[in-house]
Design a protein around this ligand. Sequence first.
Ligand SMILES: Nc1ncnc2c1ncn2[C@@H]1O[C@H](COP(=O)(O)OP(=O)(O)OP(=O)(O)O)[C@@H](O)[C@H]1O
Ligand SMILES: [Mg+2]
Length: 338
Amino acid sequence: MIEARGLARSFTTRHGTVEAVRGVDLSVAAGEIVGFLGPNGAGKTTTVRMLTTLLAPTAGTATVAGCDLRADPAGVRRGIGHVAQGGGTDPSVPVGEELDLQARLHGVPDRRARIAELCELLELTVPASRPSAALSGGQRRRLDIALGLVHRPRLLFLDEPTTGLDPQSRGNLWEHVRSMRDRDGTTVFLTTHYLDEADALCDRLLIIDRGGIVARGTPAELKRRVAGDVVTLELSGAGEPGPAGGEGAASSPASAASPASAAERARSALARHPAVREATVTGRTVRLTVQDGERELMGLVRSLDAAGVVLASVSLARPTLDDVFLAVTGRSLRDAAA
Ligand SMILES: Nc1ncnc2c1ncn2[C@@H]1O[C@H](COP(=O)(O)OP(=O)(O)OP(=O)(O)O)[C@@H](O)[C@H]1O
Ligand SMILES: [Mg+2]
């Protein structure tokens, strides 16, 4: 459905050249829901605008919905639906007219029924005569989405579709995107910086950072491949001298048995484990990245036992997409997006 090779776009501004997208390759098969995930300014919208013919690439080629991007932009536009990040409604035009115009432009045969169906589905229950300037932010977003869907496109681009929607509306949209795919085989290319959205909705993810794709795969694959499981060990202070001593404890003669050194002993005992990829110590807490954590956990605990380290608690967590992003870029997606 989408094949892009070396797609790039730079912008020349007064302050120099911005390389917004630097040679992106991507393939999206028919019927897939693909998430394009990355922090603010990563190049998501620029990529989507190129793939939807709104912006000419500076380099690269692409076929979208069976048509060549450069040779047949009109063909591309006929085959796709696009919900732009900032929306595209005229604030003064009544909601009903906007929807009707869009349906007529695309030659939707049963347009009244289709519009009614979409409004019900997206819970867009405002009077048809109301101009979009008088809608709430969430209502306007749902109108944008209805406009992008009205002609039942085979390939749908959604650029941050759920920004500004309440949790229930987000849930409804996810449900609808899934059902479009399951029922009609619609292909969806969706940008987001919501990790939960990417995780819940997408079959496959492309993670973009600073104009380049830094990781790709199914959410489960990415988490397995890049991050491993996260095991957090809380060391017991029991039996340690001067547990309430705070900073004073570190300089006491018994400092060999202080919490910090117990954590150090734990770290060095665990570092020898082949499954442990990374171990960091903060106070009494040891955080490990472990391949196949569930299976390895008992062995890790036994090694700690042998090293004389007493544990207060152990927890195992599956990695999040944020851990994946951290592993591939060295930054947290949350920090990068801030
Ligand atoms: N018309 C333009 N002129 C100059 N720079 C631009 C233009 N459009 C985008 N950029 C720059 O290109 C980079 C990528 O922007 P883009 O909108 O693609 O990011 P994004 O990943 O969609 O971010 P967000 O999550 O904030 O929507 C940014 O540094 C942005 O400032
Ligand atoms: Mg964007």
